[in-house]
Structure formats: structure tokens, C-alpha cells
Ligand binder design. Structure first.
Ligand code: PXG
Ligand code: PLP
Length: 445
């Protein structure tokens, strides 16, 4: 029996669901069904305990199925299940906003709430364009980003996202141009930030020269690229992007959907890398994955510009928002998550344990077919050599072999990706590393 049959799913049920970012044909021929999760472990349809090396999808750093979150969510559903967020408010949204602002890098003291990272990236870039319009510079509309960047699956994210496979299907998106990515062969196996390559940031000067600053609204980058396989910027690179954006009056947006709220060993990637953007997006870890929520932290004067130009007192200053923006249940889950991150000092734990994770993951250097290993905080990426001319085949095969051996590993493109739960123990890290090595060796060359 396959795992779908084991939990009583019919073929028609399997076939009915068009799964997201999934090889549907392969999955439905060999389903991998997760039925429960606790701490750092998933339970599959066979009742196996599977070690979770990606915290869900970079979401559940505080561990799965936290009762502290479940309890507040249940209570919230019984008190205020939903409140209209347009023209009316409920206390938790404001309380959460203040709390996020308190955590934010200095100067980012206004926040919009969304339901996902994709909506956060859309929101930030829409605000960037609208902001320049409010400032009387309506020609500043172009969004510059970076190759290998991931900013979600909506029209914004696929327009200025830099992963080729995610772009090629959709035709014309919004106007954008992309910097080169920061992966360089000579930096392979760098621990943390590569020493060399800061000059890659100077390409931004070239792009701005090409398009003219009068046409550019914002630059959006992940502090380190997550989905593309944890590509960490060289030392000084983000600082230089910051300088160039400031010089040319262009907003700098950090997409911190993965890097934010602990993953980098600091509250934000902005803190870990010591660079403050003008806006910052977050999602995933903010509710520990329990309820969808995302958002954008931004400079107060950006908000103020809209208030100043808002028109009549009763007018809406920014015609933007989602039915579920600031959903009370999501806000409750976020408050409980921030409580856990603080009371268990989970971000500090990531910072403390990251050096050991770094040395463990880099111990795989020399393993056949591994051509690069990168890491930052509790994130790491491994690039595998192509197989039969296909760069995506080996990661798929290795990750499935890891699953068979009881470790959930995410694959994407030519990489394997790791985003450890924040409370992960050293012996569990060892198990992940050993399973990756065994899985590579266990497969046909
Ligand atoms: N920005 C960044 C930097 C992300 O990593 C999004 C935006 C979009 O968020 P939503 O919530 O709309 O999916 C993301 C999401 C992976 C993986 O395996 C990464 C993401 C999602 C799923 C898988 O690397 N990132
Ligand atoms: N489509 C229709 C017809 C709608 O009425 C709405 C919201 O009212 C949306 C899409 C957008 O949905 P959401 O606000 O959940 O993003």
C-alpha cells in the first residue's frame, strides 16, 4: 500500500488536488503523506518519525504543534473569529503592530499586515511606487531585484523574482531588471559570508545608469537568497547596495520572509548583516507557520507621506489591503509565537549553535557529487553536480532517499536546503549530515 492508501485517500481525492510547487505526477505515483508533527519531527502515514530539517517550509522554528499557540488560537476563534479590517479594527492587530515595530531595526516603525510572503512582497513594492508618486516623482516605477531571488508566486514575485523556472511560464510581468546573483565558483565552500565579491554590488550603479534613477522605485533583495539554496552575500555587499540606494534616492527593500525572526541568528537579517533597509517583509516564522500571516515593516516617513497627501479627512490614503489583513486568529498566533521566541531565547540559541551547525554541514565537503556548501545562521544549502546532464535530478533523488531514511530534506533546482528548527540538538544535526552522506552514497552514480 502506498502512503495515500494507508490513510484511506482514494485515487480520486489524490487526483482532485493540484498541489503547489509539486511534481504532481511523481507525487501521486509515490505519495508522501504527513499526518502529524511535534517539535522537530513529522509523523508520516506509516507512523514513522521523520526528522524535519527545514522547519516545515522555513516556518516552524519554534517546533511543530506548540500548545501555547494552539490554545490562543482556539480562544481567539471563540472570542472574535473575524473582524472586518477595512475601516474597523480589533485590539490585537494594534498590539501586534507595536510589538513588531519594537522588534524591528531602528527607524522601521510602521507595519502593514498581509497573509503571506507573496502578498508582503507585492505590498512593499506597491507602496514603493505609490510613495514616489506621493512625492511628486511618479516616473519612479521600476523594481530592481536580483537573479536567483525569490519573492513569492504572485505577479510581483514572478516579475522581479530571479529563479528562471518560476518566470518562464507567464509572459510579460511588471517592469523590472535584475542584478547578477552573488554565487561565484571561486567562493565555493565558504563558511558564512564569502570574503570576496563586494564589487558585485556595483552592478547596481550600472543598472541605475541604464534605467536612470528617475525611473527606479526600489531595489528588493533577500539578505541571503533562501529558495535558490542559501546564497550568502559577500562581505560588504549589502552595505554597498545600501549606499548606492541612498545616493540615488531609491528605496531598499529586504525580503526577510526566510531570514527574519531568528533564522539568521538575529531577529532580522538586517541585524545580522548590519544593514538597515527602508522596508522589510516578513511571513513564515511570525506565526511559527501555524496560521498564515505576513507583513511589511517600513520607515515612518513613508507612512507620513501618504497621510500628508491623503486628501479629504475621510479618504483612504492607500487603496490596498486584503480581506484577511490583520486577521485576529493570525495576530493571536503571532503574539504567542513572539512570546515563545522570547521566553525560550530561541534566537540566541540559533546564534549560539550556528557555528557548530556550520562545521557539521561543512564536514560534508569531499562527499562525492557535492560541489558547494553554504550556510548562515540555521540555514544551509548544498549544490549537487548534475546527473545525466540534468542539474535538478540528483537533488530530487537524494532528498527522496533521505525521506526514505527518515529525514525530511527540501530540494529545489540543483540544491538541497536546510532550515533547522531553532531547538535542534547537536545529535540531530549529526543525523541530518550522516543521512545526506549515506543517501548520496546509497544511490547509483
Ligand atoms: N519571499 C521570500 C524570500 C520567500 O522565501 C516568499 C517571499 C513568498 O512567501 P509565501 O508565503 O507567499 O510562499 C518566500 C517563500 C523553499 C521555499 O523551499 C521557500 C519559500 C516558499 C516555499 C518553499 O525554499 N519561500
Ligand atoms: N476576488 C473577489 C471577487 C473579491 O471580492 C475579493 C475580495 O473581496 C478578492 C478577489 C480578494 O480576496 P482577498 O482580499 O482575500 O485577497
Amino acid at each position: 500500500m502506498n502512503q495515500a492508501e494507508l490513510v484511506g485517500l482514494t485515487q480520486n481525492q489524490l487526483d482532485s488536488y493540484w498541489m503547489p510547487y509539486t511534481g504532481n505526477r511523481q507525487f501521486k505515483a509515490d505519495p508522501r503523506i504527513i499526518t502529524a508533527a511535534k517539535g522537530s519531527y513529522l509523523t508520516d502515514a506509516e507512523g514513522r518519525q521523520i526528522l524535519d530539517s527545514l522547519s516545515g517550509l522555513w516556518t516552524c522554528g519554534a517546533g511543530h504543534s506548540r500548545p501555547e499557540i494552539a490554545e490562543v488560537v482556539y480562544k481567539q476563534l471563540n472570542t472574535l473569529d473575524y473582524a472586518p479590517g477595512f475601516q474597523f479594527g480589533h485590539p490585537l492587530a494594534f498590539q501586534l503592530a507595536e510589538r513588531l515595530v519594537d522588534l524591528a531595526p531602528v527607524g522601521l516603525d510602521r507595519v502593514c499586515l498581509t497573509n503571506s510572503g507573496s502578498e508582503a512582497a507585492d505590498t512593499a513594492t506597491k507602496i514603493a511606487r505609490a510613495y514616489w508618486r506621493q512625492c511628486g516623482q511618479a516616473s519612479k516605477t521600476k523594481i530592481l531585484a536580483r537573479q536567483k531571488g525569490y519573492h513569492g508566486a504572485s505577479w510581483g514575485g514572478i516579475s522581479f523574482g530571479g529563479i528562471p523556472a518560476n518566470r518562464k511560464m507567464w509572459g510579460q510581468g511588471i517592469e523590472t531588471d535584475l542584478l547578477n546573483h552573488t554565487w561565484r565558483a571561486e567562493s565555493a565552500f565558504s563558511k558564512g559570508m564569502p570574503e570576496h565579491g563586494v564589487e558585485l554590488a556595483d552592478e547596481l550603479e550600472m543598472l541605475i545608469g541604464l534605467h536612470d534613477a528617475s525611473n527606479v522605485a526600489a531595489v528588493i533583495v533577500e539578505p541571503f537568497s533562501g529558495s535558490a539554496g542559501v546564497i550568502v552575500p559577500p562581505k560588504g555587499y549589502l552595505q554597498r547596495l545600501r549606499e548606492i540606494c541612498t545616493k540615488h534616492n531609491i528605496l531598499l527593500i529586504f525580503d526577510e520572509v526566510i531570514t527574519g525572526l531568528g533564522r539568521s541568528g538575529a531577529t532580522w537579517g538586517a541585524d545580522a548583516f548590519g544593514v538597515t533597509p527602508d522596508m522589510l517583509t516578513f511571513a513564515k516564522q511570525v506565526t511559527n507557520g501555524a496560521v498564515p500571516l505576513g507583513g511589511v515593516l517600513l520607515r515612518r516617513d513613508i507612512y507620513d507621506a501618504f497621510m500628508a497627501k491623503g486628501g479629504a479627512d475621510h479618504a483612504v490614503e492607500l487603496p490596498h489591503g486584503f480581506t484577511y489583513s490583520g486577521h485576529p486568529v493570525a495576530c493571536a498566533a503571532a503574539m504567542a509565537t513572539l512570546d515563545i521566541l522570547e521566553s525560550e531565547k530561541l534566537i540566541e540559541r540559533v546564534a549560539q549553535k550556528a557555528p557548530e551547525f556550520e562545521s557539521k554541514i561543512h564536514s560534508l565537503k569531499g562527499t562525492e557529487h557535492i560541489v558547494d556548501i553554504r550556510n548562515f545562521g540555521f540555514a544551509a544549502g548544498i549544490t549537487l553536480a548534475p546527473k545525466d546532464g540534468d542539474p535538478t535530478l540528483r537533488p530530487f533523488e537524494v532528498a527522496l532517499e533521505c525521506w526514505r531514511r527518515g529525514v525530511y530534506v527540501r530540494w529545489g533546482g540543483d540544491t538541497l536546503q536546510f532550515g533547522l528548527p531553532f531547538q535542534m540538538e547537536y545529535d540531530e544535526m549529526d543525523r541530518i549530515v550522516a543521512t545526506v552522506a549515506e543517501s548520496i552514497h546509497g544511490l547509483e552514480p
